[in-house]
Ligand binder design. Structure first.
Ligand SMILES: [Zn+2]
Length: 368
């Protein structure tokens, strides 16, 4: 049980990626991945639904209108709908209905696959795979445009920025209905510097974060003037990474004071309280979050875990059910729900979606 609880509470911990240079991914040889010329000529797969095609055009416009010249064009259709038959000269947005998991996490909403020259960093191909195998997009609250803007950022070599609550490169819980369509300083400055001759660097605290110089990143944030909610969110996120939990709690509280309408800061505060084992405060923070943002499924799942720990089974079941209703692939909630209710639909959910690693198969068998 304990494994499951930590899985639920900290499922959104930032992943460790190769260190980027000025915010852009590098090869193993340390060179920056880049396109030889812009715009990157994109194609859409012939089975891309019309509304996704429209959202793709809007996402491309967001990128193109931000720079002196267009960074993407969309001129062709790819004949195959099978990403495994992709031609390297076609940079395609695929609507994937099978074998999405063969490229990595089967529960990612989307993924960008790139191939590049290891020595020069020159990109040969990049394709975006939209996961319609695990997700029924028409039944979810996902904003396809936000997801596409994020993936197009990867296509340009941008990295995840999990310490931001604004950047389009954060891995948002998109099924909650989160919309992020505006490029942040990070995206703008990284691309302007790489492709348009700007000598302005990405924000120094973000660069320090990417270099894993967390002490410096925090110092830069603390020393900055006119601090906003995002600045405190970033500080708190880095403090959580470095296990300065009580500092993180203070930072998130300051962030919420400046902006009470950002669900990410409220959720982060609940995470920090949980980590500090201040479960009553975690619970009241989650309840406040869910009152304002009823579809924030991670909040429902975490609330369910706390209610379960308190022995309040019926409330826990209700919270966990809500998480799965909003995000049907939420397998940790499915596992707990099957243990609590023995209902076969939750078993089917975790059998289908839970990763087949050792810790979870142990958890699986202990309950069945
Ligand atoms: Zn991503």
């Amino acid at each position: 049980m304990h494994i499951l609880i930590s899985l639920l509470l900290f499922a959104s911990s930032p992943s460790t990626a190769a260190e980027p240079l000025q915010g852009i991914a590098t090869t193993n040889a340390g060179t920056i991945r880049h396109w030889k010329k812009l715009p990157v000529e994109l194609c859409s797969a012939s089975n891309l639904p019309n509304h996704i095609q429209t959202e793709l055009q809007n996402a491309i416009s967001t990128w193109n209108s931000a720079f002196a010249q267009p960074v993407f064009s969309l001129k062709c259709k790819t004949n195959t709908t099978d990403f495994q038959k992709d031609k390297p000269e076609e940079h395609t947005i695929f609507w994937v209905t099978g074998r999405f998991g063969s490229t990595g996490d089967p529960l990612a909403i989307a993924r960008t696959l790139s191939t590049f020259d290891e020595d020069s960093g020159e990109l040969f191909d990049a394709d975006i795979l939209l996961n319609s195998e695990s997700f029924d997009w028409s039944q979810l609250r996902i904003d396809p445009q936000s997801v596409l803007i994020h993936e197009l950022g990867h296509m340009l070599g941008l990295q995840h920025l999990p310490i931001s609550s604004h950047s389009v490169m954060h891995q948002y819980p998109y099924q909650s209905g989160i919309i992020r369509r505006k490029l942040s300083h990070y995206e703008l400055e990284a691309i302007n510097r790489k492709y348009f001759g700007s000598n302005k660097s990405i924000p120094a605290h973000i660069d320090a974060y990417f270099r894993k110089d967390f002490v410096r990143a925090i110092q830069l944030l603390k020393n900055s003037t006119n601090r906003d909610a995002e600045s405190y969110y970033m500080q708190g996120r880095i403090e959580l990474i470095t296990n300065k939990t009580s500092h993180a709690i203070d930072s998130f509280k300051k962030g919420i004071k400046l902006d009470g309408s950002n669900p990410l800061i409220q959720y982060a505060l609940s995470e920090a309280y949980s980590k500090a084992r201040q479960l009553q405060l975690a619970k009241s923070t989650l309840k406040g979050l869910l009152k304002q943002f009823p579809n924030y499924y991670e909040g429902h799942a975490d609330l369910g875990v706390i209610q379960l720990e308190e022995g309040n089974t019926s409330d826990a079941i209700a919270s966990l059910k809500r998480a799965v209703e909003i995000n049907p692939v939420h397998y940790p909630a499915c596992i707990l729900l099957f243990k609590l209710t023995r209902q076969q639909n939750y078993k089917a959910c975790y059998v289908r979606f839970a990763p087949k690693d050792r810790s979870l198969s142990e958890a699986d068998t202990s309950g069945t």
